[in-house]
Design a protein around this ligand. Structure first.
Ligand code: FAD
Length: 428
């Protein structure tokens, strides 16, 4: 029977391994961490898991929803409509519906109409190709108006992409507006349950899943087979699917060659970091997502998870994420946890003046490299296909998601598509 290796046990690798196992193929998955889920993994808290990085689904995430149903977890998927807002001019302003745009007090009425009209256009326009030759910065400034762009979108683009914000392709921004719903889906008890269930199913179908196994090398062997080295031990496979970041796959696979590396190794990514605070009470009255549009703040989003899911799911704790995307070498990415928390906490008083540091009962810090691809003009032309120059080695990772922002749904759907078009017996 053909042997498949899948590298990486996030949403993409687990779904690919599950689909292969469902076809009756032999599959072995190698994951570096001690548990599944990758960027969407959680840690136990109370009777639930909490994601290391904030996570929710949109109504348009149909393949994630279908997989959750298929694995018998559908009853736990809930769709609240939590409040999202921005912090600008020293105050919190709700900005998540046409009415809230019309009521937004910091822009003249004419600009609010323009902002609403441009947003409606992006919601209704089905064709993103016509937005591929312009940047989000240029398009938004032109169609939403300079003032609205400077106040609302530019700070968010800059917070997410740093100095690269000027080059972000408008098609990416289109997808953010076009595909997203105001109801947000959450797997009550944590998305970790989806990834644990996938591991159970892969094993039930005869596949192997190994944790704590970092892949060290992938090399072509005789007859188009591939040798995968893990912890100094080499195993031979008929087919390998790497879901690791492209740059990492290139490092592990010298046989991909310099031309391929020069052509596809240039996609940049930022890392992500989230401080998670446990408070003994809520910080904001009812805001789930707060984009921070104040230039001096050291974090770009405050996500009050327990204004979305009830604190009782987490033993009565109130949970906040303070998140950033940063170049991997950024000084904030190197600060230790205590220093970072000490830097962040004074800013919470500007969100709720009553905040006292004594409200904080625990904190944690999570960081991940290669967490946010930088989707600049011409991105589509720099995307590698799944087939590589090494026979039977396939590359499938979240940097190949386009024009949508990466997300669990798109990793799941990429895995579904890739496996469905792979021949059942590559060695035949
Ligand atoms: C801050 C943040 C917020 C997000 N919010 C959302 C959201 O609200 N909704 C949503 O749907 N998505 C969200 N996402 C995106 C989502 O987490 C990802 O799109 C998705 O989890 C990617 O899955 P993946 O399998 O493609 O990649 P990954 O999850 O990165 O999986 C790759 C796996 O490879 C493993 N690995 C790395 N090196 C090796 C090696 N040498 N050997 C073996 N294994 C290795 C890693 O440990 C990891 O498990 C967010 C991401 C971040 C960072």
């Amino acid at each position: 029977m053909a042997r498949n290796a899948v590298l990486g046990g996030g949403a993409l690798g687990l779904t690919a391994a599950y689909r292969l196992a469902q076809r009756g193929e032999s599959v072995v998955l190698f994951e570096r961490e001690s548990m599944p889920g990758g960027l969407a993994a959680g840690f136990p808290l109370g009777a639930s898991y909490l994601e290391k990085f904030y996570h929710h689904l949109f109504r348009s995430d149909t393949e994630a929803r279908d997989l959750i149903e298929e694995l018998g977890l559908g009853e736990r998927l809930v769709w609240p409509r939590p409040k999202t807002a921005i912090l600008v001019g020293g105050a919190i302003h709700q900005l998540d519906s046409p009415l809230s745009v019309l009521r937004f007090p910091l822009l003249p009425l004419a600009d609010r109409f323009r902002l609403g009209a441009a947003t409606a256009y992006l919601k209704l326009e089905p064709n993103y190709q016509r937005l591929e030759r312009t940047t989000a910065d240029a398009w938004l400034s032109r169609w939403m108006g300079c003032q609205a762009h400077e106040m609302i979108w530019k700070p968010q683009l800059r917070a997410k992409f740093g100095d690269r914000y000027r080059d972000i392709v408008m098609a990416w921004f289109w997808a953010r507006v076009h595909m997203r719903s105001t109801s947000l889906g959450y797997l009550r008890g944590g998305f970790q349950q989806l990834y644990d269930r996938l591991v159970e199913e892969i094993r039930r179908l005869g596949g192997d899943v190994h944790f704590g196994t970092a892949v060290e090398r992938v090399e072509p062997a005789r007859q188009d087979e591939l040798d995968v080295t893990v912890a100094g031990r080499t195993e031979r496979f008929d087919r390998v699917i790497s879901t690791l970041p492209t740059r990492l796959t290139l490092q592990l696979t010298p046989a991909l060659g310099e031309d391929y590396a020069a052509r596809f190794g240039s996609v940049e990514s930022f890392g992500a970091q989230c401080v998670i605070l446990t408070l003994d009470r809520a910080l904001t009255e009812d805001v789930y997502w707060l984009s921070i549009n104040e230039p001096d703040f050291p974090f770009m989003a405050l996500v009050e998870h327990t204004n979305y899911m009830p604190p009782s799911d987490y033993g009565g704790r109130h949970l906040l994420y303070l998140g950033n995307y940063l170049p991997m070498g950024h000084p904030l990415f190197k600060l230790d946890e205590d220093a970072l928390v000490a830097k962040f906490l004074p800013f919470l008083k500007r969100i709720n003046p009553a905040f006292e540091e004594s409200w904080v009962k625990e904190h944690r810090l999570y960081r991940a490299p290669f967490a946010q691809p930088i989707v600049t003009l011409g991105y589509a032309d720099r995307l590698p296909p799944h087939e590589t120059p090494v026979p039977n080695l396939y590359l499938a990772n979240m940097s190949q998601v386009y024009p949508q922002d990466r997300g669990q749904n798109y990793s799941i759907s990429m895995a579904n598509r890739l496996v469905s078009r792979l021949p059942t017996h590559p060695s035949a």
